[in-house]
Unconditional design. Sequence first.
Length: 366
Amino acid sequence: MKTGLVFHELYLWHHTGNHADYIPYGYPVEPLNHSESPDAKRRIKNLLEVSGLYEKLFKISPRKATKDEILYFHTENHFEKIKSLNNSITVDAGITAPTGIGTFDIALLATGGVLEATDKILEGKVNNAYALVRPPGHHAMPNRAMGFCIFGNAAIAGKHALKNKDLKKIAFVDWDVHHGNGTQAAFYDDPRALTISIHQDRNFPSNSGLISENGEGKGEGFNLNIPLPPGSGVGAYEEAFDRVVIPALYAYEPELIIVPSGFDGGAGDPIGRQMLTSEGFKSLTTKIMKAANDMCEGRILMTHEGGYSAATVPFFAHAVMETLANENMGIEDPFQNIIGNLGQQELQPHQDDLIKQVEKLLKKIK
């Protein structure tokens, strides 16, 4: 088992400016750090190093994505707008998508890093890979930045795999606490991609991610949203995987699985209200790995998205990468017992009802 890792120090230099979480400062809002600061990502890298896992991962050097690659998904106007802001001190490039000096270049490096990881997987250089990139991408729309996301890293990787690597079918399993609306938009009418998003109901964007959004045209039936209620724990996520996500993957039989990986579904996140744990993330990773081993030679690409608790996120991410690499570094998550013993971690009746609604859509996948 060989697991790749994409990382570059410049990812941490993307500057989102002073906000109170994601609200711009200015009276009566006192300046504070933006939610999407580099802290959680830096601490992931640090924990990988001190545990020894970093040395066991195959390092994948990122490159800048080309304009043509960005245009696989985005409009030229969007590309040129982000480029024009490259020397600007913190401005909002879209809808809650702050950029700073150098963001254009760093965003190209993030997308290019995800593309390099895709190639290494499909060339057989690694079995799977984690792209620890920033800025994130799954909210970016064809014509605008959105939700801290500049370019659609995962969506562009999927387009690349279909266009240039002769793949016929790919699948996305987005477990970020927020709906993967950008990835959904990229493939909404395309039957070559199965897009699954398991997220907190109407968190962000508040007007998307509904069960009724099931694809259109030739893509009808190939978009699944699982909008779990706030307060969902490991039990709800595992049930959703066992009854919807994994059966959908087996029915579809993709040649590559891409996971937009946000850790804001973990308990304690400042802009999420779910209760996943390190052991929960391990469990979900194991389920995806088994499916990937059965149908696509273990090919899994994870691209980093959200996760804003700098204390807990490093342990969630470490648990996932340990699982991908089939390693045990002896790291115990000090938050596991606290989070794992929170009330209602097990599946609740209203969560079960929601999953039953989504299960009915599985028959459309052929």
